[in-house]
Design a protein around this ligand. Structure first.
Ligand code: HEC
Ligand code: HEC
Length: 373
């Protein structure tokens, strides 16, 4: 008897769960388009088939997609490529929603990391191309992005001629190359050049045009590859090979990445550094032989032609950072003196000998030798 009561309770509990599950199942099913008769009941493995798409159509739709329900860049480029494939290929693309790529906006919900237009296009590529092709074309797309002036001439021209679906802004916009795939650098560089707000309608329009440009270029790369005429054009900046010759896997093996190193780091070896204009060249006066031998003091004097963010640090002969003297501080135009008391970052007195200091002011950099007696 006891046994039977329990079973009945169990049965009730189980059937209640089943009922809930069934309702949820029906609800979820209606989110997907109706499946054509004879269509596969499971989602096929990747890659899905690619069909050649219209590059200029992708540009216009990318711009439009950016404004779709305010879903922005990442969704814009992804949605463009996937919906064009839905039209050209049909299933399985028609089984796929596109709104889930919205997270990439603003470099990941506004974090300013990878440009969302790239996130969307790279994801679409990774769906319709085998891995080797997706990585080859993706590498080219990201590299191209870092060296392209956005919005492109074509996008600006479409806007001026009113050929985008949204014709609110019909001005040719300022164009900037930012040297980086990071949303933060891309947006902020443009905002500075255009002298508008980072949250302004102009900035959004710029990113809308850029979204179209990225979707279009991704499509062009995939078309070229399909026609077997793809040839990489991107040449990495000298710093990547040079810095990685020591920091890469055959050297110190302490760094990973393909971004332009000197955009964020100084060149502590001084060899990549372009010669600075004379008015900018720093001079330093070693004032060694101090009465107290344990507190050597050296003054580094430099002149900057215009106000800039300055970074100044001392290294030893092995390239090891010894002391940060100026950590990204704003300096006015004109001559400046910064003194170094011969201590390292832990305030220990360094040994006498040769050191280097590296000065970076805005985009100018210089490395100089320095002797501590
Ligand atoms: C000739 C070899 C060599 C080259 C070329 C080189 N480095 Fe280094 N780098 C070193 C060595 C050695 C260190 C010290 C490593 C350590 O402390 O473990 C170092 C340290 C660094 C550090 C850490 C500094 C610190 O805070 O201690 C950074 C960042 C760095 N390098 C970036 C670069 C960049 C960027 C380039 C290219 C412009 C570059 N390096 C080129 C050898 C090199
Ligand atoms: C977008 C900015 C950025 C770029 C581009 C970049 N780095 Fe860095 N890197 C950083 C930051 C931030 C750190 C951590 C803080 C630090 O130590 O400087 C770091 C750390 C490092 C370190 C470890 C430093 C240490 O403290 O020992 C090395 C080595 C390094 N980077 C090398 C490179 C090389 C080589 C490249 C080019 C291939 C590169 N970085 C490109 C921002 C960048």
């Amino acid at each position: 008897m006891e046994q039977r009561v329990l079973s009945r309770k169990d049965f009730l509990r189980t059937s209640a769960k089943l009922a809930v599950g069934l309702t949820a199942g029906i609800g979820a099913m209606t989110l997907f388009p109706k499946r054509a008769a004879g269509a596969p009941s499971t989602i096929p493995d990747l890659p899905w088939p690619y069909a050649e798409l219209d590059v200029e159509e992708a540009r216009r739709r990318g711009h439009q997609g950016f404004y779709d329900e305010n879903r922005a860049c990442s969704y814009g480029s992804f949605h463009t490529i996937i919906t064009m494939l839905q039209e050209q290929v049909g299933e399985p693309y028609t089984l796929m929603p596109t709104a889930f790529l919205e997270w990439g906006r603003g470099g990941g919900w506004g974090w300013g990391t990878l440009c969302g237009a790239l996130t969307g296009a790279l994801t679409a590529m990774n769906i319709c191309q085998p891995k080797s092709t997706a990585s080859k074309l993706g590498d080219e797309l990201v590299g191209w992005y870092t060296q392209t002036a956005f919005p492109t001439d074509i996008s600006n021209q479409y806007a001026v001629e009113g050929r985008f679906a949204d014709t609110t802004n019909r001005e040719a916009q300022v164009q900037t190359v930012c040297g980086s795939p990071l949303c933060h650098i891309s947006v902020d560089t443009w905002v500075a050049a255009a002298n508008v707000g980072a949250t302004s309608a102009e900035r959004r329009e710029r990113c809308g045009r850029l979204t179209g440009d990225v979707a279009a270029y991704a499509v062009k790369l995939m078309n070229d590859d399909r026609r077997e005429v793809f040839a990489p054009l991107y040449a990495a900046p000298a710093s990547v090979a040079y810095c990685m010759s020591c920091h890469g896997k055959d050297g110190l093996d302490d760094s990973l990445g393909k971004m332009e190193c000197t955009q964020c780091h100084g060149d502590h070896t001084g060899r990549l550094t372009a010669k600075m204009p004379d008015s900018f060249a720093p001079t330093h006066q070693a004032r060694g032989h101090y009465p107290i031998p344990f507190s050597p003091r050296t003054t580094i004097r430099f002149t900057i032609p215009s106000a800039a963010v300055v970074w100044l640090a001392v290294y030893d002969v092995h390239g090891q950072l010894v002391k940060n003297l100026v950590n990204l501080e704003h300096y006015a135009q004109g001559p400046h003196d910064v003194s170094w008391d011969g201590t390292d970052n832990r305030n220990h007195q360094v040994a006498s000998g040769t050191y280097f200091y590296r000065l970076q002011a805005g985009s100018h950099t210089e490395t100089q030798r320095l002797v501590i007696f």
